[in-house]
Design a protein around this ligand. Structure first.
Ligand code: AMP
Length: 420
């Protein structure tokens, strides 16, 4: 063991488990790629102000959870705590919204960092796949994104997840509601932090998980009763489109989410097998964010799904993904001449698209056959001097134990034909 350990709240992905993470990322990305979303990659850090302005001054993410980096007298940077602000920044900077082809649809996959109290499902470094549709206000776009997320979870075989749905209103109806809510909240018995939150973002107080707070919230004015006609109509359309697509959802009028930029549609996916950290993904519409970071008005919608928690959800449901074999063929040379020949065969196999590995390090037969078994390979190729003298190698089916001699120059063709 080395002197060093992975930092607190982080963990390494190593084989074989790492293959599951890759497969989950690919499964989440597949539906969005089929829906016209293009890949975007942004830096792991940004100007800290992008997040304080974009995500919101009063959010836990900005006040408590950002990892900031100093930069010799220049503006501070922060490791990205989420993806939306960066992706929108990149779209604006690259003028993607000026191509006359709105919405700009982008997807991403990467690492995110939050200084949180670590526990199962909550880490300081975690991984998300996200999708954003920038520059269009259309309930079908909100519905599209939600359906794509549902399809991604389903393609992984997940069943015990639920979709929570809400509307947060817009700049027409939210201010009056906000004021009504503030009036109500100011009369409650709350700690100083929460009192400050009432003044900056009162909606988030509704989201407070503490029982003592939740008790006092009974009878609070609810946004549902204050939505303007346009927001109501918009939300009804989103709901109708989801229903038509066979997507079930639960209306959750307290769903506010931890980021300030949301307007209208907000949603969260929760999984019932995960305990406290049950949110596997979430998102919503953020019509004002572009202007908040200095861009033009660009109504947009997006989501981010957590890879770590999706893997935990698979475990909770006892789902084992069918992963492609890491190694299909394992070569076991006996002697120097066989090493040279089989190494050549392995190279050829790989070039022909067959996953192949080789007994490196001069292992004896017994050890090498153990490695072949451990590799998960379906076949072993074994060759010794006598085989080579006859111009053959032994092709052994590691499942049945059956062994056949195959001419050296026919091996690649034989294995390729058995592959399908
Ligand atoms: P959020 O940006 O907070 O809505 O996060 C979107 C998703 O990312 C969540 O639903 C989680 O699945 C995942 N996520 C957020 N924070 C963490 C964390 N600290 N550790 C692991 N996953 C996280």
């Amino acid at each position: 063991m080395s002197t060093f350990k992975a930092p607190k709240g982080t963990y390494d992905l190593t084989p074989p488990d790492s293959a599951v993470y890759l497969a989950v990322r690919e499964a989440i990305a597949a539906p969005v790629r089929r829906a016209g979303y293009g890949y975007v990659e942004t830096p792991g850090f940004e100007n800290v102000e992008l997040f304080s302005r974009g995500v919101g001054e009063s959010t836990d993410i900005v006040t408590k959870e950002m990892f900031t980096l100093t930069q010799r007298g220049k503006e501070a940077l922060a490791l990205r705590p989420e993806g939306t602000a960066s992706v929108l920044r990149a779209a604006l900077e690259g003028n993607l919204h000026k191509g006359g082809n709105l919405p700009v649809k982008l997807w991403y996959s990467g690492s995110y960092y939050r200084y949180e109290r670590p526990q199962k499902g909550r880490y300081r470094h975690f991984s998300q796949v996200g999708a954003e549709a920038i520059g269009a206000e259309d309930p079908a776009l909100d519905a599209e994104l939600i359906i794509l997320a549902v399809d991604a979870y389903k393609s992984l075989g997940l069943k015990n997840f639920r979709l929570l749905l809400n509307s947060l209103g817009d700049k027409e109806c939210r201010p009056a509601y906000r004021a009504a809510l503030q009036d109500f909240l100011r009369g409650l018995d709350l700690d100083d932090d929460t009192r400050r939150r009432i003044e900056i973002n009162p909606l988030r107080v509704l989201d407070d998980k503490r029982e003592a707070v939740q008790k006092q919230l009974v009878g609070a004015p609810m946004l549902r009763d204050h939505l303007c006609e346009a927001c109501k109509e918009y939300h009804e359309q989103v709901r109708a489109l989801l229903t038509a697509a066979g997507v079930e959802f639960e209306d959750d009028e307290k769903l506010v989410r931890g980021l300030d930029y949301y307007t209208r549609t907000t949603f969260e996916f929760v999984h019932d097998g995960l305990g406290a950290q049950s949110a596997v993904g979430g998102g919503g519409r953020y019509d004002g964010l572009s202007e908040m970071i200095g861009g033009p008005a660009l109504p947009s919608v997006g989501w981010a799904l957590g890879v770590d928690r999706t893997v935990l959800a698979l475990e909770a449901e006892g789902i084992e993904l069918e992963l492609p074999a890491v190694t299909e063929v394992y070569a076991v040379p006996l002697g120097d001449e066989a090493r040279r020949v089989l190494f050549g065969v392995v190279t050829e196999l790989r070039r022909a698209g067959v996953a192949a590995d080789f007994a490196f390090g001069g292992k004896g037969l017994k050890n090498a056959m153990k490695s072949a078994d451990r590799s998960g390979a379906r076949y072993a190729l074994v060759a010794g001097e006598r085989d080579l003298a006859e111009g053959v190698v032994q092709l052994k089916d590691l499942g049945s134990g059956e062994q056949t001699a195959v001419a050296i120059d026919a091996v690649v063709g034989e294995l390729r034909s058995r592959q399908g």
